[in-house]
Ligand binder design. Structure first.
Ligand code: PRX
Length: 631
């Protein structure tokens, strides 16, 4: 029994939440896991099915190329689907989907999910795709994107999902870098009632992608598209072929075989192809989903992310299905046609766990409480946040207005690279608004200075992870040197997250933001390099620099500084044209908030753009040490 009064800084879970939680003893579990992480992960792995066992849980003989469950055979699709067909979950709903306009819903039991995935797997196999081949998936949020990912996993192909909000340059770069043989797309998608012509973006991207042999097109919007004979195939036509039907064997994979690559932005250069594997990623997403979201058979779990980002990979598709959960997926966004769209869906489908991003909460807050208050949200028991730091004001609104002060907020800190949650509470952990609390079981996080020494609690520093974990990226696809340089060279032996953070007196972690040139726009990760490469393709641009500045709703917004080529004069219309240009090439999510013209970009003597100076200038802040400035 507690003998002291509760600390007012904390938000404590109710007796009801604690008594029903899958894991009640957080402290004991955390202490034991930290003492022997491999033993913790082995126990988790044993809850899943393996075709043959591992020789060793963790092989760290070739750091930082860690291997997990080495020697074991499995397939993530076996555990996400096949395993459930042998018990009562066969007839349980795996996926519920509703269209943006609310006119359609589709539901799939685990049994029918298996049928859909097998059908797509049969088709892509018949197209000559074999184990290890790359398949690019570029679609809207429809059930077929889930089928496509799982179908690839089932036959051992490596999926590379490209977010449907990206455009030609981003898609082209990712298809050609991965040397995909097949692209799976749809005729279009809807965004706030407007048509996004995905297929024509694919067509433009494929002009210089010689490796792509086939394109499968799922009909979603019914708009007119050009089908190139011999290359493009309607999915519904393929489904009618005898080859599509019947069972499809789940390929036996080594635990360390690649499952997917997912491109993400780094500080410099082109996006990095983060590689995840069947065995470790499976164990990591399974376990974090189970403990952090306390997932149970009676739950309905809704993660509002897009499957094109890691959040969708791990917590729409793999994590929930590995746990045999029921997932809800919605095609649209939060405020179309009205700002109650999400609250209406929570009520309509009885969502019990609702996982979203701070930017969405901030945007919905602005419409006022009347919108959520029109709906019965009593089915909710847990809320979640991801993608960027959640400001306490948004946290408190989410907690009070949506969760009715009953639902703990699971603020999960992690990355494309980590595959699964690294810092997160579970429902029994007392919360502080804006902190992801403490590292997940088996993990240890440190805050270090430039030299790698731990700083005192309360001080800001680099956030590093000191223990390897099963769902860690294995490498950057076909670029192991970049893997070592990006993550393991600044602080040898420790994983460099690229974030700055501080730890408080209670051991709680507070993420401050990126220390590199990654910009988080509405939770989406974009690199300054990608934005600058898009700008430079415009005839008027000599040089440019992109920076992220604080934005009330988006968290960060993109600001660009452009140096024009001789013969071009700054104007309002040119600024607007350049914003459009970036949106067209990279995607609407990358549209700069503002493009400003500058005579000369501030650079160091070695020619590096001093973004820090631009940032300070743009915000009217002191510019700091200028001794390295060129002139
Ligand atoms: O800066 C951190 C921020 O998002 C980055 C990772 O971005 P991405 O790979 O796109 O993955 C996003 C979804 C996992 C991190 O380096 N970030 C992510 N979650 C949080 C966060 N910042 C603060 N709090 C979070 N919960």
């Amino acid at each position: 029994m507690a003998t002291t009064a509760p600390d007012p800084e904390f938000y404590y879970p109710s007796e009801d939440i604690v008594s029903k939680a899958i894991l009640k003893d957080w402290d004991g579990t955390a202490a034991a896991a930290l003492k022997d992480p491999a033993a913790f992960w082995e126990k988790e792995a044993l809850e899943l099915e393996w075709f043959s066992p591992w020789n060793k849980v963790l092989d760290d003989s070739n750091k930082p190329f860690y291997r997990w469950f080495d020697g074991a055979k499995t397939n993530i699709a076996h555990n996400a689907i096949d395993r459930h067909l042998k018990n009562f979950r066969k007839n349980k709903l795996a996926l519920i989907w509703e269209s943006e306009d609310g006119r359609y819903d589709r539901t799939f039991s685990y049994y029918s999910l298996n049928r859909e995935v097998s059908r797509m797997a049969n088709i892509i196999k018949a197209m000559g795709i074999v184990k290890g081949d790359r398949v690019t998936i570029y679609m809207g949020r429809i059930p077929e994107i889930v089928f496509a990912m799982l179908a690839c996993a089932k036959i051992g192909a490596i999926h590379s999902v490209v977010f449907g909000g990206f455009s030609v340059d981003a898609l082209h770069g990712r298809i050609s870098d991965s040397e995909s043989k097949l692209v799976i797309t749809c005729d279009g998608s809807f965004q706030n009632g407007k048509l996004v012509e995905l297929k024509s973006i694919v067509d433009e991207s494929l002009k210089h992608c010689p490796t792509v042999e086939n394109v499968i097109v799922v009909k979603r919007t019914g708009n007119e598209v050009i089908m190139e004979a011999g290359r493009d195939h309607w999915y519904h036509d393929l489904c009618a072929l005898p080859i599509a039907n019947g069972k499809c064997a789940t390929e036996v994979m080594d635990a360390e075989d690649p499952l997917f690559i997912l491109y993400t932005s780094g500080s410099t250069g082109k996006p990095k192809a983060i590689l995840h594997t069947h065995g470790g990623y499976m164990v990591g997403t399974y376990s974090t989903m189970k403990y952090a979201f306390d997932i149970k058979d009676e739950d309905r779990f809704w993660c509002t992310a897009d499957p094109g980002w890691i959040t969708g990979h791990s917590y729409i598709v793999y994590g929930p299905l590995l746990n045999g959960a029921t997932v809800f997926m919605f095609e649209g966004g939060p405020a179309f046609p009205y700002p109650n769209r999400w609250w209406q869906l929570i009520e309509r489908y009885g969502v019990s766990i609702f996982y979203t991003a701070p930017t969405a909460i901030r945007s919905l807050m602005r419409f006022g409480e009347a919108w959520p208050n029109k709906h019965d949200l009593s089915s909710l028991r847990l809320l979640g946040s991801v993608g960027e730091p959640i400001n306490p004001e948004a946290w408190k609104w989410f907690y009070r207005v949506i969760g009715k002060e009953r639902c703990p907020i699971i603020d999960t800190w992690w990355q494309t690279e980590t595959g699964a949650f690294m810092i997160t509470p579970t429902p029994v952990v007392p919360l502080k608004p804006g902190s992801g609390t403490r590292p997940f079981f088996g993990q240890n996080a440190e805050i270090v200075d430039e030299e790698g020494n731990q700083v005192e609690d309360g001080q800001e520093g680099y956030l590093v992870l000191t223990n390897p974990w099963p769902s860690m990226l294995r490498t950057i696809y076909r670029d192991p040197d970049r893997y070592v340089n990006s993550y393991w060279s600044k602080f040898p032996g420790k994983y460099m997250t690229g974030d700055s953070a501080r730890r408080d007196k209670d051991g709680y972690y507070w993420i401050i933001g990126r220390v590199d040139d990654v910009i988080k726009v509405s939770g989406h990760r974009l690199g300054t390099a990608e934005i600058e490469s898009a700008l430079i393709t415009h005839t008027a641009v000599a040089e440019s620099a992109a920076i992220g500045l604080p934005h009330e709703v988006k968290g960060q917004a993109i600001f660009c500084f452009v140096q024009l080529k001789p013969g071009f004069a700054p104007s309002e219309s040119l600024s607007e044209e350049l914003r459009q240009h970036v949106a067209h090439h990279l995607g609407p999510i990358a549209r700069p908030e503002e493009v400003k013209f500058i005579d000369k970009l501030p650079k160091t003597r070695s020619g590096k753009i001093m973004r820090r100076v631009l940032k300070a200038r743009a915000q009217g802040l002191p510019e700091g040490d200028l001794s390295t400035l060129e002139d």
